[in-house]
Ligand binder design. Sequence first.
Ligand SMILES: C[S@@+](CC[C@H](N)C(=O)[O-])C[C@H]1O[C@@H](n2cnc3c(N)ncnc32)[C@H](O)[C@@H]1O
Length: 274
Amino acid sequence: MNIQPKDFEFISELIRKESAIVLESGKEYLVESRLSPIASEEGFDSLEQLVTALRGNKKFGLKGKVVEALTTNETSFYRDIEPFEMMRTQLIPELLEMRKAEKALTVWCGAASTGQELYSLAMMIREHFPELLSWKLTILGTDLSKEVLDKAKEGKYSQVEINRGLPAQLLIKYFEKQGTEWQLKKDVRDMIEYRELNLIKPWIGVPQSDIVLLRNVLIYFDAEVKKEILGKVRRVLRPDGFLFLGAAETTLNLDENYARRTSGRGSCYTIKKD
Ligand SMILES: C[S@@+](CC[C@H](N)C(=O)[O-])C[C@H]1O[C@@H](n2cnc3c(N)ncnc32)[C@H](O)[C@@H]1O
C-alpha cells in the first residue's frame, strides 16, 4: 500500500508527538511496510483509510498499534560486547566495593526492547558476580512498546535470535528448549522486572540507579529531546553511577554535565563533579 504525502506528514507528526521518534521524508517506505499489515488486519483497503481512522480517533487502540509498529526494536545478546566487558572488568567490581555497606545495586534500562540486553547482564552477573544474588539487586527494563515487553517477560527466542551474540555455553546453562525456540530459565527471568515507560512522559517509578542503559534509542530523537532526556537521566543516576549510550550516541554538545570514561573501545558516562 502506498502513502500519500499528506498522510505521511500526519503519521510523522503523530509519531513525534507520541514517542519523539523523528521520521524524516525519505522514510515513506518504512511507513508503508510497517503500516500496511496493520491496515489489512483492521480491514482497511488503503493507508489513506487507516489515516482517516486515526484522524477521527475512533478506533480504540489503533494509535498505540501504529506507534509501536514504527519503533525499531533491533537488539541482540551482548550487543557491541565492549559495554559488557567494561561492566565485567571494571564497573561492577568498583560498584561491589562502593556499595558493600548497603549491599544494594540497581540497574535501569530505558529502551529494553525484547530483553536480550538485560538478560545478557543477568547471565553475566550469575557467571562472574554470584555474590550479587544475595544483595538487594534491582534490574528494571522499560520500553514504550508493550509488544516487545511481553516478549522480554517471556524470555523466549528463536534460533536466529540466539545465534546473534549468545555464546553456546550460556545457551546450554541458562536456556530450555521449547519446541523450535529457547526460553531463559525462570530464575534468570525473575531477576528482571519489565514495565512500560515512554521516555518523553514522566518517569514514574524509575529508581535511583547505579547503572543506566540507554543504548540505541537517542538516535531516533531530535537534539532538544536528547537534551531533555539526558537531563532527566542525571536525576535518576546516582552521583557515582554509570550511563551507557549506544555506539553512535554521545552526550557531547547536548549535555556538558557528563564526563566520558573509556576503556579499550568501550565507553560510558559519569556525572561531572562540581
Ligand atoms: C533499537 S532498540 C534498542 C534496544 C537495546 N537498548 C539495544 O541497544 O539493543 C530501541 C528501543 O527503544 C524503544 N523506544 C523508542 N522510542 C521510545 C520512547 N519514546 N520511550 C521508550 N522507549 C522507546 C523502542 O520501542 C525500541 O524497543
